[in-house]
Design a binder for this molecule. Structure first.
Ligand code: FAD
Length: 387
């Protein structure tokens, strides 16, 4: 029997490979880049570990719990909450008494949050087919302007990497449930440790790196070299713009982001929280070494600063310096990621034009590790069911 061919070695492709491997199905995975992980990768520079874009591992995602060995990843955890201007705003479920000292919440915010909390007690599907957007949902509650503008809006702009908040309202509830009841974490070795772990469970000779696929159908793929390889089935686990190109569909607009890493002399440890700013050149920042000191050399702090627009290093640095008066910041590196996430959409045209090719990728669910892992599992199970 011919092997099952997997195109793309991001989280979705690696998950498909692991499910096939666990079921003793023969496969070969082809990845265009020299390393696996796709949009999850980390690099080392001058003793710093830098993720390609600020990302966190949400431990409560069902597929994360089912598929990864979280203990082996040696996670460092963020505190649940955020810093808003100079105000600490902790997850009210973890630190209910802090609510009374919070100046960011008004009585009507508490009332609206209680209504939302009741809703979160039931099962919350990430996508329920309802057309309401997150922005419309936020407006439909009677939040104070301050809570809306200083916490809710920048927080979810950071989650969706999108200013306009047009992602579905159901996703707002789903993520909120994950944040309230789960933990945000970073592996000791940076986010790259996740694909590294998934790859470590697979036979090395089945993972073909530096292999770009230029064409494919339901039973074969064409490598850039022109070589054609036949398989029992083909799982296409590439990112949305590449899927659209390979299937001759219109390439949808995607959501970009920029992350800048700055170092400073290490200072007194602060609560390990995301700090929301919500300005044009600085959406949020965090001191990553407050979460995991191992991400920087001894004596140094590492800050990540994220912006959504085309902000320059100078603009982001100036905005960050305003937040950290007295700190001398030095740029370590920056990452401009034009396709970070995508708008949730059924992508019906793409599904229809797949012609027997089995699709995987976060765009089929919703942009996250959960979406990528789940889509990879589903694709592998579909192929296994047919064989
Ligand atoms: C800045 C940023 C922040 C994020 N924040 C979070 C977060 O905090 N929490 C969270 O859960 N998720 C987050 N995400 C989303 C998460 O990273 C993605 O949902 C997930 O990594 C997508 O995995 P994937 O396998 O579907 O796609 P990808 O990772 O894009 O994988 C596709 C793979 O296909 C390969 N490929 C492409 N074309 C070809 C070809 N022609 N031939 C062979 N191979 C090819 C690519 O090189 C890549 O390895 C973030 C993403 C970014 C970029």
């Amino acid at each position: 029997m011919k092997p099952i061919l997997i195109v793309g070695g991001g989280i979705a492709g690696l998950q498909a490979a692991n499910i096939l491997h666990q079921n003793n199905a023969d496969f070969i995975l082809f990845e265009k880049q020299a390393s696996l992980g796709g949009r999850i990768s980390s690099s080392k520079k001058d003793g710093f570990i830098l993720d390609r874009g600020f990302q966190v591992l949400q431990t409560s995602y069902p597929e994360v719990q089912r598929s990864l060995d979280l203990t082996a990843l040696k996670l460092s955890y963020f505190e649940s909450g955020a810093m808003v201007k100079d105000q600490l705003f902790y997850n009210p479920l973890r630190r209910p008494f802090e609510l009374f000292s919070s100046t960011i919440l008004s009585f009507k915010d508490l009332f609206s949050l209680t209504r939302i909390w009741f809703k979160l007690q039931a099962h919350v599907p990430a996508l329920d087919g309802n057309k309401q957007t997150t922005q419309e949902l936020i407006e439909s509650y009677s939040f104070s302007e301050r809570f809306k503008n200083e916490f809710l809006t920048p927080f979810f702009q950071g989650v969706f990497l999108q200013k306009s908040l047009t992602q579905p309202a159901s996703l707002f509830f789903y993520y909120l449930q994950q944040f309230l009841y789960g933990n945000a974490a970073i592996p000791a070795g940076g986010m790259q440790a996740i694909p590294d772990q998934m790859a470590s469970w697979l036979p090395v000779d089945k993972l073909k790196l530096n292999q770009e696929i230029t064409a494919l159908d339901a039973k074969s793929i064409t490598l850039k070299s022109g070589e054609i390889i036949e398989g029992e089935a083909v799982i296409l686990a590439v990112d949305l713009p590449v899927v659209a190109k390979l299937l001759n569909e219109n390439i949808p607009a995607t959501l970009g982001s920029k992350t800048f890493y700055f170092s400073a002399k290490s200072s007194v440890k602060q609560p390990a929280l995301l700090r929301l700013v919500g300005e044009e050149h600085l959406l949020h920042f965090t001191c990553l070494t407050d979460v995991n000191p191992g991400l920087a050399p001894k004596g140094k702090s590492l800050y990540s600063a994220t912006s959504l627009g085309g902000s320059s290093e100078k603009e982001v640095k100036a905005a960050l310096e305003k937040q950290l008066p007295g700190q001398k910041l030095t740029l370590v590196s920056s990452f401009d990621i034009p396709h970070s996430l995508q708008q949730v959409d059924g992508y019906e045209a793409i599904r229809k034009s797949s012609n027997g090719i089995v699709l995987a990728g976060d765009y089929l669910e919703f942009p996250s590790l959960q979406g990528a892992l789940y889509s990879g599992r589903k694709a592998a199970e579909e192929v296994l069911a047919k064989s």
